[in-house]
Structure formats: C-alpha cells, structure tokens
Design a protein around this ligand. Structure first.
Ligand code: OSB
Ligand code: MG
Length: 403
C-alpha cells in the first residue's frame, strides 16, 4: 500500500451519523449491567495468559418495554488492555449510567437521547474506558434498530449478507495438539487460520504447520510479545507466506511498529494499538501497519468504529473484524459490523460452538462448509437473547434506574 499523508486521512463520517438516530427521542428507564459465567469448551491461551471460563459482561438498556443488548468485552484481568470487568462495572455504575439516564444532576445530561452520538457527547468529560463505553453504545444500537424495525447491519450501513470467517487458535501444550486443531478447523471450512504465538512458540511451530498445510491462508498474533531488538528473529517470519503478523510489539508503540514494518515483507496488522480513529489515522500515516484489526469494544463503540472503517475504505487499507471470545450477543454485534463494505478480510468470528457448549442466543452462530457466517435480517441483533439461560448464569447484576 502506498504511504498516506495525514491530511488525506479525514474520513467522510458525517453521512453515516444520520442513520444512527432514533426514530423519535428516547428516554431510558433503566440500564442493567450483569456478569454471566460461561465456561469455554477448552482453555484459550495467548502470549499474555489463559482463560478457562469467560465472565461475560452484558449491558441492557430499556425504553417503553423494549430492550437492547450489548456486551462489554473486557476480561477479568487487565492483560489484553487496562480495563477489567470490575473497572467497567465501576465506571458504568458511578459515571456512565447516570450520564445516560440523566441522574447525575448535570444540566447537559437532561432530556431524551436522539442519536447514538449522544453517548460520546454525554461522556465527553470522561477519559478512557472504551470497552465500558462500547457496551452501552452496543445496547443502544440494538434498541435503536429494533425501534426502527430494521437489522443492526442495515442501521450501520452493512452491504454483505454473509461474512467470510477465520479462526484464532490458542497456544497449545504440544505441536501435535495444534496440528490437530488446524486440521479440524480447515475441515470445518474456516477460510483463514490464525495462530497465537510468543517467543519459543513461533518459528518451529510455524514451519511445521506450513509443512503440513502448504496452501492455507495463515496468520499469526503475538499480542505484543516481542521487542524491537527481536528484529532478526521476526524477519524469519517472512519465510512462511503469512497473510499478516498481528501486534508483534507493545500495545502503545506506533513508532517501533513503523520501523519494523519497513524491515518486514510480511504485512503488520495492528490490534491493541488501534485505540480509536486518531490512532488509526496516525498508524496509517506513519506506516505502522498495512492491515487493521477492528474490535468495536477496543475503540469505544460504533461511533468510533464507523469512522475507522471509512478511513480504511478511503485509504484502501484491508480491514477485518477481530474477536474477544464474546458470547453470542457480542458475536451478533461483530457480525453486523463486519457486514460493512470495508471489511475485506475474513474476521475472527467463529461459530458459537468453537467456544461454548451453549450460547446466550438462539439460533447459535454457525459457519457454513465454505467458511461464511450469515448476516441475519431480523430487527436489531437478529438473534433471540435466551433470557432464561442468561438469568441462570448471572453471578452479579447492577440495575440503574432513571429517577
Ligand atoms: O488478540 O485477537 C486477539 C482472544 C482474546 C484476546 C485477544 C485476542 C483473542 C483472539 C480470539 O485472537 C478472537 C476470537 O475468536 O474471539
Ligand atoms: Mg489480536
């Protein structure tokens, strides 16, 4: 991709914001935040740690008896990012929910919500906590789409009815265990296999996977496990015809990624480093990556994700939708987002069964034999939330009500 100048990188986001308005102004009666315990079918291991049971953080918003659902993708530990399920509960309870419900006593948060853009506007005086913000925006976007009687995909400007998908395979106890899982997921139809890597689980593993599967579309994700001094080692990855190497260096380091990208043939994709539209613009201007991973939670919601999408379209930067081991609710949001035209590469949107015995939605997400997920056309998320199953798994519930 040609280098782009910062001045070229102002995306035409305004056109879309109109479609993110409610059909008529909405007064929220309640916001609920809940934690639901959902065991994984097998542990998921990355360079930063291992998850066995997902604590799913659901947000729901209510207005006139209609509910919208969202998911906060934070983990229990501040490892992928600084947020945790408990920091998100705290900021939603003490700051974000009062600002959206108008119960914080401030004049600027009075009155109904007219658009999704009211979320960043009402939270403008707060810094950070993008995953908590996104959980609220997602729930409101589902509500807004239901009130319009249209799908979330249509609300966001989706253009695809099916989405190509890949799978992310965690670090395994042995190479044979990994080879097994690669074979199984190629067989299931996944169109791209991503391997989690870290120092000492990289070059040898890759050369064996490549020897056994010479033609599959293959990528790797280091979750920031390497340092600039590892340059000579990272150059060896060029031998494996990888689609990309995701987030090799530190989460907050655009400059060293730019230097590394100049030395590598393989495209760098940034995940952790793309914290919002500004980081995306700077990363592309600096040449820190050639591919962008989108996670709506990491960037702070749809009001941030859509401009990043538009920027990637304007600069012809390949974009794909990442994942955070979401329940079906977060998964359904990812499907709607990935239906936008700029998502040109297979997303980390696997079948519900890849992670969970039973999902929180019906029907569960399935992947076709040729590696696609269907975009539902029903109103809102387009999936039923299994409220009884959600209630049964709930381990904590905070209900915030309007005065
Ligand atoms: O970096 O993309 C990542 C899972 C947990 C934390 C970070 C990441 C991942 C994945 C799996 O790669 C994505 C998914 O299938 O949900
Ligand atoms: Mg990643």
């Amino acid at each position: 991709m040609a280098r782009v100048r910062a001045s070229e990188l102002h995306a035409p986001a305004a056109a879309r914001t109109a479609s993110l308005s409610f059909p008529s102004p909405v007064t929220l009666s309640a916001i609920e935040a809940r934690l639901v315990r959902l065991p994984l079918v097998e542990p998921f291991e990355t360079s930063f740690g291992r998850v066995e049971t997902r604590q799913i953080f659901l947000v729901s918003v209510e207005s006139e008896g209609i509910r919208g659902w969202g998911e906060v993708v934070a983990f229990v530990e501040p490892d992928y990012s600084y947020e945790t399920v408990e920091t998100a509960r705290h900021v939603i309870r003490d700051f974000f929910a009062p600002a959206l419900l108008g119960t914080d006593g401030r004049p600027e948060t009075k009155g109904p919500l007219v658009s999704l853009a009211d979320v960043p506007a009402r939270l403008a005086r707060f810094r950070g906590h993008p995953m908590a913000r996104a959980g609220l925006e997602l729930a409101l976007a589902d509500l807004l789409s239901r009130l319009h009687g249209r799908s979330l995909s249509a609300t966001l400007g989706g253009a695809r009815s099916r989405i190509p998908v890949g799978v992310s395979l965690g670090i395994q106890p042995t190479r044979d265990a990994l080879l097994d899982r690669v074979a199984r997921h190629v067989e299931l139809g996944y169109r791209r296999i991503k391997l989690k890597i870290k120092p000492a689980w990289d070059v040898e593993v890759l050369s064996e996977v490549r020897r056994r599967f010479p033609t599959i579309v293959l990528s790797v994700d280091a979750n920031a496990a390497y340092k600039p001094e590892d340059l000579d080692h990272l150059k060896r990855f060029d031998d494996f015809s990888l689609l990309m190497i995701e987030q090799p260096l530190a989460y907050d380091d655009l400059l060293d990624h730019a230097a590394l990208q100049r030395e590598l043939e393989t495209a760098i994709c940034l995940d952790e480093s793309i914290t919002g539209p500004r980081a995306a613009r700077q990363a592309l201007a600096a040449g820190s990556c050639r591919i962008v991973n989108m996670k709506v939670g990491r960037v702070g919601g749809y009001t941030q994700a859509v401009p990043i999408h538009d920027l990637c379209v304007a600069t012809r930067t390949p974009l794909w939708c990442g994942g955070m081991l979401e329940s079906g609710i977060g998964r359904a949001h990812n499907i709607a987002l990935a239906s936008l035209p700029g998502f040109t590469l297979a997303g980390d949107i696997s079948a519900s069964r890849r992670y969970f015995e039973r999902d929180l939605i019906a029907p569960e997400v399935t992947v076709s034999e040729d590696g696609f997920v269907e975009v539902p056309s029903g109103a809102g998320l387009g999936f039923e939330v299994d409220v009884d199953f959600v209630r049964a798994g709930t381990v904590a519930l905070d209900r915030h009500v309007a005065a």
